[in-house]
Design a protein around this ligand. Structure first.
Ligand code: ZN
Length: 154
């Protein structure tokens, strides 16, 4: 299990954002009335995340809740994700998931795409630490599975 030292080589500003989300996670509760839910684990690190979303009649995500436990990177990623979800459509979320994955797997994306990911940029430095990439991607992979299930069961 990790300690905060895992972020020590990340840039200072980014480290602050990650620690802030880790210590004060946003939307850290599960919704009772939910349209989409999912859970994921990263056995390499012991990280766990659970996500719930509700979607309005226009297909916009209007409520998000999550909880979980594990390292700072996995939990910060979960918290940042929860903020990015609100007000988006499923299609928009799928695009964001694809962009973030591409970046973490070392592919190049445009500056505009990077900036569109907001505070998530704080996690880009994690790609220099291959063992932690799964920590950063756990919430996103979990969300993608949950959205896929939602769309196929619709
Ligand atoms: Zn982790």
């Amino acid at each position: 299990m990790l300690t905060l030292d895992d972020t020590s080589e990340l840039d200072e500003l980014y480290q602050e954002i990650i620690l802030d989300h880790y210590k004060r996670p946003r939307n850290a509760y599960l919704l009772e009335l939910k349209d989409v839910s999912g859970e994921g684990i990263n056995p390499f690190c012991g990280d766990e995340v659970r996500l719930t979303l509700s979607i309005d009649n226009n297909g916009i995500i209007n409520q998000v809740g999550f909880n979980g436990q594990g390292c700072a990177i996995s939990q910060a990623s979960n918290s940042i994700l929860s903020e990015l979800c609100k007000g988006k459509t499923i299609d928009q979320l799928n695009v964001m998931i694809g962009q973030f994955k591409s970046i973490m797997l070392g592919k190049t994306v445009t500056l505009e795409e990077e900036q569109g990911l907001g505070e998530l940029q704080a996690l880009f430095g994690v790609k220099r630490f291959p063992i932690r990439i799964k920590c950063a991607l756990l919430a996103w992979a979990t969300l993608q599975d949950a959205l896929d299930n939602y769309q196929t069961s619709d």
